[in-house]
Design a protein around this ligand. Structure first.
Ligand SMILES: C[S@@+](CC[C@H](N)C(=O)[O-])C[C@H]1O[C@@H](n2cnc3c(N)ncnc32)[C@H](O)[C@@H]1O
Length: 198
């Protein structure tokens, strides 16, 4: 099944594992120390991070390729009273030519890990174009496990990620953990904090 269809089915099922009010604590901790500016939420889902940032005074653009996610995010932004600061676009994250630079912060919670390497290159090119020098790009990803044959699906190839982003960004921090979705076997995962070179 294609990735978009798989995601669309998750939204249509009504059982969306990441449908929570707040963004992950790692995101809340980081933005507590950042002055409000312009932010980009890649694979924004129902917009929990976009809306949270907008409530803190940020101007935020959220992008997701599933229409139901974008419709839900727009509705929630209206309900939260931040529709003037939270804007949503139904689009893939590898072609963002309709967005204008510069952004002070980019966030990806669980989107880029389903891109192919070619798509990851295109995604990187967009971030390189869109982010301000010194901007932070924060990424949460499930990681490939070479020894794991449970799934045919590939998650993020960490070596490729580090290699691609080595040009124009530097990795300030990585934190490793495990993530469990519903009752599935836990996956190795990580948070990455990249900074765009000055
Ligand atoms: C695991 S969900 C997380 C959603 C949101 N970041 C959150 O934390 O609530 C990943 C999201 O990325 C979106 N996505 C995956 N691949 C995408 C792509 N190539 N372009 C745009 N959106 C994508 C999915 O539709 C889904 O909403």
């Amino acid at each position: 099944m294609k990735k978009h269809e798989r995601m669309k089915e998750i939204y249509e099922s009504g059982a969306v594992p990441w449908d929570q009010t707040d963004p992950p604590p790692e995101v809340m901790d980081l933005v507590a120390h950042l002055p409000a500016g312009r932010a980009l939420d890649l694979g924004c889902g129902y917009g929990r991070a976009t809306i949270y940032l907008a409530q803190l005074g940020w101007q935020v653009d959220g992008v997701d390729f599933v229409a139901q996610a974008i419709d839900g995010a727009k509705l929630r932004a209206v309900q939260a009273g931040v529709s003037d600061r939270a804007h949503f676009f139904q689009s893939g994250v590898t072609q963002l030519d309709y967005l204008e630079k510069p952004y002070d912060f980019a966030l990806d919670v669980g989107c880029a890990h389903s891109l192919t390497l070619k798509e990851l290159q295109a995604y990187y090119q967009e971030l390189l174009r869109l982010l301000k020098p010194g901007a932070i790009f924060m990424l949460f990803a499930h990681l490939n496990e070479e020894t794991d044959e449970r799934e045919e699906r590939n998650w993020m190839d960490e070596t490729a990620l580090r290699t691609i982003f080595a040009e124009g960004f530097h990795l300030e921090k990585a934190e490793y953990g495990q993530t469990q979705v519903n009752d599935q076997t836990p996956w190795r995962s990580a948070w990455f904090w990249f900074r765009k070179d000055a």
